[in-house]
Design a protein around this ligand. Structure first.
Ligand code: FAD
Length: 397
């Protein structure tokens, strides 16, 4: 997933740099001793660096970047309940911090949330930055961004991780924009290049056709968001403790541009596919809405699972979008994932790779899903699924 200029063929004309739609190219001969890689700075157009003394600039840049140390995880909480993704990210962040030999820090913002701090140490944080204020009770981009940015400017972390939730996505974008740094959204893998001391943020790109590893070489902090359930939550260590840094918060309601008037809870059925242990998902192969409902809901009910769907099934209007699994739907990690009449497009597969067992039923033996599944049944869903339902019902689920 790394774009690069072929050095032997490069005439340094710069046309490829100007023409690249994703500003992923640099000229190798003028970019000091570094290798040319995809640049993750979404806020900046990378221009060919024809300015004077590039070596001097590189040294200065290196010095500035080295001032940034440590891995931070934004601890998202609502009404004093920590979002599970934040704990998952403490686990992922711990591994990155250990590789770099730096501290892992949780950043907790809210109103009377100090009771959560010990739990964060137990899930791996060495340090917690705590900012409490009544005006931080409800999430507001303005307040959270202000406090978070101030903390970054004061303590200079090299990496910041946030959950790709509604709140996390909003805050990450706002913070990255304000700090003019790079943000890689919806990462499916995180690692460290120790030689260059860089975060390797991997995510599907170009409609999921390639996996791109994105680097942020010239800006700090390096930011990434990760969807819930992509990283496995580490086991907590009861009694583990760390250091608490309490941050002073200076906020005044009258100076804020946004007001929270009312919090309205979503009505209707809550679909929590991310937490489901068994998912029965259906695709275009189920033919029509009636069959989709009969087979997916029938099997889900018989086995005690939840229903999911491919985008094709959602687009056909057989089920609502909130049931969609995949790149533009939810990422799931059940114990068992049934894929009924689903071909296994990459955009679907990226959402189900955390499943322990994938069982695919598809009439086409060449369907890509068979390369990913644990158990594959080549056959007609209309024959197999009713038999399965019958057997499960006989056995009492
Ligand atoms: P198809 O690919 O049409 O597959 C239907 C399958 O059913 C076939 O393999 C066929 O052999 C089988 N079949 C037919 N009849 C039977 C039968 N009687 N018994 C058994 N098997 C049968 N897709 C997602 O799912 N989630 C996403 O989040 C998502 N995001 C996307 C984002 C982008 C940017 C793009 C470009 C695409 C995205 N897609 C997503 C769409 C994705 O590329 C596929 O088009 C989609 O997943 C196909 O759905 P499907 O497998 O149900 O349908």
């Amino acid at each position: 997933g790394v774009c690069r200029v072929i050095e032997e063929k490069c005439t340094e004309c710069g046309q490829c740099v100007d023409g690249c739609p994703v500003t992923a190219l640099e000229l190798p001969k003028v970019s000091s001793a570094e290798t040319t890689v995809a640049e993750a700075t979404e806020n900046e157009t990378v221009k060919p660096q024809q300015q004077d003394k590039p070596a001097e600039k590189a040294v200065q840049l290196k010095g500035e970047l080295a001032a940034y140390q440590g891995v931070w995880v934004f601890i998202e909480q609502r009404e004093g309940i920590v979002a599970p993704v934040s704990l998952e990210l403490l686990g992922a962040g711990r591994q990155l911090a250990d590789k770099l030999g730096v501290e892992l820090c949780g950043v907790l913002l809210g109103d009377q949330v100090s009771g959560l701090v010990n739990m964060l140490y137990e899930y791996g944080a060495d340090k917690v930055y705590l900012a409490e204020h009544p005006l931080l009770h409800f999430y507001r981009t303005e307040t959270y961004m202000k406090i978070f940015v101030e903390l970054v400017q004061q303590y200079k972390p090299e990496i910041i991780l946030m959950g790709a939730t509604t709140t996390g996505r909003d805050l990450a974008g706002a913070v990255a924009t304000d700090l003019a740094t790079g943000l890689t959204a919806d990462c499916t893998g995180l690692d460290i290049d120790l030689e260059q001391r860089l975060l390797l943020a991997t995510r599907p790109a170009f409609g999921g056709n390639i996996m791109a590893t994105i680097l942020c070489k010239k800006h700090r902090p390096q930011m990434a968001t990760v969807r819930p359930k992509v990283m496995k939550m580490a086991a907590p260590v009861p009694g583990r403790r760390g250091e608490l840094i309490i941050s002073e918060v200076n906020l005044q309601e009258e100076k804020l541009l946004t007001k929270v008037l009312e919090i309205v809870k979503e009505q209707g059925e809550q679909v929590n596919l991310q937490e489901a242990e068994i998912i029965v998902a259906g695709g275009r192969g189920l033919g029509d809405r009636e069959n989709f409902r009969k087979l997916c809901f029938g099997l889900a009910e018989a086995i005690g699972g939840k229903v999911g769907a491919s985008r094709a099934a959602v687009e056909a209007g057989w089920i609502e979008q909130k049931y969609q699994v995949g790149q533009t739907g939810v990422t799931v990690a059940p114990k068992i994932y049934f894929a009924l009449g689903i071909s296994g497009a990459i955009q679907h597969l990226v959402g189900i790779r955390g499943s322990d067992i994938i069982i695919a039923i598809n009439s086409d033996p060449e369907a890509p899903i068979f390369k990913e599944c644990t158990y594959g049944i080549v056959g007609d869903v209309f024959t197999i699924v009713p038999l399965l339902i019958e057997q499960l019902k006989e056995k009492g689920g």
